[in-house]
Design a binder for this molecule. Structure first.
Ligand SMILES: [Zn+2]
Length: 383
């Protein structure tokens, strides 16, 4: 396997890559719109077939369809030992509502491609596809079969096909996640994500006539929020954000009820127990107030140790192609959090290089697309 030859091939096929990216972006696929996500799933199922893979569409009664592609399984079916596949993992849903294309159409300007979902993460899927196409074109048969799973509801916490994704990951040798890069760096660690809701039940009363009869839920919640904020350990990377609160009905009524929603980010798996215990052990400050607490960590952290070996290999392959590959960690979650938490080596951020995920200026740098595809191809060929 000659990494330079792979890079040359990908660069020579950039126009085709861009055409595919344009078509993918022009099929809007917000998570909540099943028919549109289904259309996106069929589009990529066809692309899998064109790359000589078999595609299976995973149906769901309410969520959009996911797709799984299989490549080179026939090359590895003869032996006695089952060869564990490499899993490429992406998602076809975006955070952009239908109609967004009208105000931010796919366009190319100054070496960048713009459009809803272009960075997060349709370009990542296209890079994965071209990695496979490059290996096909150069007649390189990887040592392991490749499975390519496109999730349909990653942007809303991966509910519909969580079980299938975990099962695919568990059976894999390694997981390569096609989320966008951070700057140009691969993502070797991601924080775990959690959410808690704290509800205070007090007692209502007339604020003028008999204020002492009331138990002010807003006031109790305010005090609890100060306690919650003290649970953060910013130096260790454990952060908290009380992002929403609501309480009361009128200024002349002592509020009976108030609630707050708290976002939590944890860098290490063991922080889950720490923070969940702390939050659930909150006690009312007013003796007659009651607290109701729900929620917890819903995405475990992707710890760096699960990515370290894969990153080293990617960096070396990059070096052979004249690219300097760096690593970064992020507070944002992806499906890589789940696969790494299973103990499966996981490397993330292998998709597009650009800026503005979930923002109006979302774009990818076009010249990076073939480089990313080549890096992926070289990884697949050598894992
Ligand atoms: Zn994403």
């Amino acid at each position: 396997m000659n990494p330079r030859a792979i890079l040359d091939y990908c660069q020579s096929d950039l126009a085709a890559m861009l055409r595919c990216l344009k078509r993918a972006v022009e099929i809007e696929s917000p998570t909540s719109s099943k028919p549109d996500v289904d259309r996106m799933a069929s589009f990529f199922a066809r692309e899998f077939n064109l790359a000589l893979g078999t595609a299976r569409v995973l149906k769901h009664p309410t969520a959009g369809c996911s797709v799984i592609g299989e490549f080179w399984s026939e090359s590895h079916s003869g032996g006695h030992k089952r060869v564990k596949p490499i899993l490429l993992l992406g998602h076809i849903d975006t955070v952009w509502d239908l109609g967004t294309l009208k105000r931010m159409p796919f366009r190319i300007s100054k070496g960048r491609a713009y459009g809803p979902g272009v960075m997060d993460m349709k370009s990542g899927i296209v890079c994965g596809l071209w990695a496979i196409r490059a290996l096909r074109a150069l007649r390189i048969t990887p040592a392991r079969p490749v499975r390519f799973l496109l999730n349909s509801d990653e942007e809303v916490s991966t509910i519909a096909f969580r079980k299938e994704i975990l099962a695919e990951a568990r059976a894999a040798q390694a997981v390569l996640v096609l989320e966008p890069a951070l700057g140009a760096a691969l993502k070797t660690a991601r924080k775990g994500v959690g959410e808690f809701q704290i509800t205070v039940h007090g007692r209502s009363a007339h604020a003028g006539v008999n204020p002492a009869a009331g138990v002010n839920a807003v006031s109790e919640l305010a005090r609890q929020i100060l306690r919650i904020e003290k649970m953060a350990r910013p130096r260790q990377g454990l952060t908290l954000n009380v992002g929403m609160m609501q309480g009361g009905t009128r200024s002349n009524v002592i509020p009976e009820r108030a609630w707050a929603a708290v976002d939590v980010r944890i860098p290490r798996a063991k922080d889950q127990k720490f923070i969940e215990q702390k939050v659930y052990r909150l006690k009312p400050i007013h003796p007659e107030a009651r607290l109701k607490i729900t929620g917890g960590i819903n995405r475990p952290p992707m710890e760096r140790k699960m990515a370290a070996d894969l990153f080293r290999q990617a960096r070396e392959l990059g070096r052979q192609m004249g690219m300097k590959i760096e690593e970064a960690s992020t507070g944002g979650g992806s499906d890589g959090n789940f696969t790494a938490a299973l103990g499966i080596p996981t490397l993330d951020g292998l998709g597009g290089v650009g800026d503005g995920a979930h923002a109006l200026h979302e774009h990818v740098i076009i010249s990076e697309l073939p480089r990313r595809a080549a890096l992926l191809a070289a990884l697949i060929a050598t894992l």
